[in-house]
Design a protein. Structure first.
Lengths: 117, 361
């Protein structure tokens, strides 16, 4: 949907993937799992291919950490006009304690948000 | 046990909770429902002990010695206060208020003095300050805290014998020899079948551990120091470090955390629920007294956030408590209270910090 909008509006699009790291690891090394970065590149590759299929040349970015915080930080750094976000949030105990990603981003973002089911 | 460890990993992924906490909880359920006792299974005692030593080595290996050297004064100050304040507070509280024995109270102080370096690192990574001087000061302070814990555990409860001199000599020798040895050997062993580099590292970890046992001390200090002195060498040979970590986290540390859980008594937790809450408050309160002023001075506006994170602790708290139980310094009831307090400190301060005190994004 973001690609279609970008194409229609002649806008630039950046696909951001956040590698979620375990918040309570036993060792620092668990947070620097390079396999997660490799998976992120695969996901971004697929997303970029989809975007190109819609006629848009996307930029891609990877961040590590809590998804909502990293999205907000990226937004503050690059000032997009719109953040397009899926509504599938954090599950399990963490979701109950910390809330969903889309809720957190919607509440704190300084730019417009579009939530996509 | 391996099925339990696998189940713990899957639950950890589904629930988003630390796998170590899940392993302890599953061990606790198993121990109380099926009345399995660790001491009845020598193989479990051995693997759990080996797991704790290797884990401690890996924790030491994650230290950035250059960052520590660069920020030595501030790291030593914050780290020492971060260790001393809760150590003294918990020790004297348990001794004077709860009436625990002298050594049992001291052990409680050690168990509740710790900081979870990995949790703090994650949060620093999150905020992007892990690479800044502030981030390096915080991390180095956490390492100093855990070094204090390792030192306390290895020296306060020993009955010195002639072999203690041997241990000191072994630690000194490893500090001088190991970096050079690994820098020379690891590139030459790279890519060989049979993972000789991993065997070499484990050999020295176990050798120092055995020396500590023979000297009447605990293996945690030599393992931590060994990790520290070889951290530079391992950073140049990251694949070796990854292999040891995979071995530890997949096979050894689950036995350690599960066996800790097996030793927890449900009735003791129920009876001691109020005490657990009080000990939790003692630890966090003491951390604030010790860490907050120094954090405010050297770090500034996010001092509450950092102090809450430095109130966390799991690995060294569990190792200390397990040592106390195995050595007969504390009984099962005291162990249960301490371990559950340690578990709470692994979770609650992080949640509070992230929910209400997270730095502005």
């Amino acid at each position: 949907m973001a690609s279609e909008m970008a194409k229609a509006l002649g806008a630039e699009i950046t696909i951001l993937h956040v590698v979620e790291i375990e918040e309570m690891p036993t060792l620092i090394g668990e947070a620097e799992d390079m396999r997660a970065d490799e998976d992120a590149q695969i996901v971004l590759g697929m997303a970029a291919k989809l975007a190109k299929g819609k006629g848009v040349e996307p930029k891609i970015a990877v961040r590590r950490g809590h998804p909502a915080n990293q999205i907000l930080r990226f937004s503050d750094a690059y000032s997009p006009q719109l953040i397009v976000l899926g509504t599938r949030g954090v599950t399990g105990a963490k979701g109950i304690l910390m809330g969903s990603v889309s809720t957190a981003v919607s509440r704190k973002a300084r730019v417009s948000i579009m939530l996509v089911r | 046990m391996l099925a339990l460890a696998l189940g713990a990993s899957i639950l950890s992924i589904r629930l988003g909770i630390s796998v170590a906490i899940i392993e302890i909880c599953l061990g606790m359920i198993l121990g109380n429902v099926m009345d399995i006792k660790v001491v009845d299974h020598e193989w479990l005692v051995f693997l759990a002990g080996l797991g704790s030593v290797v884990l401690t080595f890996l924790a030491g290996a994650e230290i950035d010695p250059e960052a520590m050297r660069k920020n030595l004064k501030s790291s030593l100050l914050i780290g020492t206060l971060s260790f001393l304040a809760p150590f003294l507070a918990a020790w004297w509280f348990c001794y004077l208020v709860l009436g625990w024995g002298w050594e049992a109270a001291m052990l409680a102080g050690v168990a509740l003095s710790t900081t979870s370096v990995a949790v703090v690192y994650i949060v620093l990574l999150e905020t992007g300050i892990n690479r800044t001087d502030t981030g390096k000061i915080i991390l180095s302070s956490c390492f100093v805290t855990d070094l204090g814990t390792a030192l306390a555990l290895s020296t306060l409860f020993i009955t010195p014998n002639i072999y203690f001199v041997l241990l000191v000599a072994a630690i000194a020798a490893s500090t001088l020899i190991m970096p050079r040895l690994l820098d020379w050997v690891l590139p030459r062993l790279k890519g060989r079948s049979g993972e000789p580099e991993v065997k070499l590292l484990l050999f020295f970890v176990v050798l120092l551990g055995v020396t500590a046992e023979v000297s009447g001390s605990h293996a945690v200090l030599p393992a931590y120091v060994l990790g520290l002195v070889v951290s530079n060498s391992l950073s140049k040979n990251r694949d070796v470090l990854v292999k040891v970590r995979v071995l530890a986290l997949s096979f050894l540390t689950p036995f350690f955390f599960i066996s800790a859980g097996l030793s927890i008594s449900f009735p003791a937790i129920v009876a001691g629920a109020g005490l657990i809450a009080v000990l939790f408050a003692v630890k966090v309160g003491a951390k604030f007294i010790g860490v907050y002023p120094a954090s405010k001075k050297y770090i500034g506006k996010d001092a509450t956030y950092i102090t809450l994170l430095m109130s966390t602790g799991l690995t060294f708290g569990t190792i200390s408590s397990q040592y106390g139980l195995n050595s007969g310094i504390i009984d099962q009831d005291q162990f249960s209270v301490l371990i559950v307090t340690v578990l709470l400190t692994a979770v609650v301060p992080t949640v509070i910090a992230q929910k209400w005190y997270a730095p502005e994004v």
